[in-house]
Design a binder for this molecule. Structure first.
Ligand SMILES: C[S@@+](CC[C@H](N)C(=O)[O-])C[C@H]1O[C@@H](n2cnc3c(N)ncnc32)[C@H](O)[C@@H]1O
Length: 271
């Protein structure tokens, strides 16, 4: 795995995690996927500039590399204390209705997407991500669990679905990795995609904690995490038109934000 040099990730986190990770399992996954075919299968999309220039988590090329996809789950289990599934379940638990059509933006390897499908088995669930390699791992996990999810490659700020076509839009661990202008564009797009009274649920790093615990920002090699920490997801959601916006902290370092598209929203307002 190619990593950045002399970063806190390289000096501190990578050596610690290196002892914990199951290298043989990662190599097996690396060998089990035809990465070129995966890139072809999901088709070509235009990548936003911020996405191509960032070295996320110390991996050169960010998410546009099979190494990122292979190492993502093994690393993520250690950076979502106290328990990755509990943390993700917090997002699912905020959902109030019984969504029939769900879109998970920036779905990555699909860990939250699959929890959503398990919670709402009758729903049509779609996971969208820019990285064909992350999607290839997500697809493999869904097949292994016998869960039917549609995976598509695309930009969460420009989603190829009709206005008001989803009951729930979710995003986990996406916004700390995007410039705030992109986060706001994704929220506006989510608002467009939701039916009136549709719900949005977002899991991410706790902005208030990240603001005072600057060293956390240094450990994870994330190019936009400081800008994310200095912003307010509640304010961004309000500006996008969501109401009843509420953020709850979990274990001080995570937050889950829930909001609703106004029930009386009139569709022609987009035109
Ligand atoms: C930290 S990972 C989170 C993955 C997953 N949601 C999870 O909870 O583990 C961030 C993901 O967002 C994706 N991503 C970043 N910007 C995106 C965008 N504009 N549109 C779609 N996906 C994006 C990346 O490819 C990556 O898979």
């Amino acid at each position: 795995m190619a990593t950045g040099q002399d970063t806190l990730f390289e000096r501190f986190l990578a050596p610690v995690l290196g002892q914990l990770l199951d290298r043989e399992a990662m190599l097996q996954l690396r060998r089990s996927v035809d990465w070129a075919a995966a890139a072809d299968q999901f088709g070509a999309v235009g990548y936003p500039d911020y996405y191509q220039t960032g070295n996320f988590h110390g991996i050169e090329g960010g998410y546009l590399s099979p190494d990122a996809a292979v190492t993502y789950d093994p690393i993520t289990q250690y950076v979502l204390p106290p328990n990755e599934t509990w943390v993700r379940q917090n997002l699912v638990d905020t959902i109030q209705g019984q969504p029939r059509r769900i879109l998970d933006l920036g779905c990555g390897t699909g860990s939250t997407t699959l929890l959503l499908k398990q919670a709402f088995p009758k729903a049509e669930v779609i996971g969208l991500d820019l990285s064909p390699y992350m999607l290839a791992v997500a697809e493999q996990k869904a097949t292994a669990e016998g869960l039917s999810v549609t995976w598509i490659q695309g930009d969460a700020a420009q989603v190829p679905f009709a206005d008001a076509s989803f009951d729930l839009v979710s995003a986990s661990l996406l916004f700390h990795e995007t410039p705030p202008s992109v986060a706001r564009a994704v929220l506006a797009e989510s608002h467009r995609l939701l039916k009136p009274a549709g719900e949005i649920a977002i899991l991410d790093g706790n902005q208030r904690t990240l603001r005072w615990a600057g060293w956390l920002n240094d450990i994870f090699e994330e190019p936009y995490i400081r800008e994310y920490a200095s912003g307010s997801l509640d304010a961004w959601m309000g500006a996008a038109g969501f109401e009843s916006v509420r953020t709850e902290d979990f274990w001080m370092i995570h937050q889950v934000t829930h909001g609703v598209k106004p029930a009386d929203y009139s569709l022609p307002a987009y035109k």
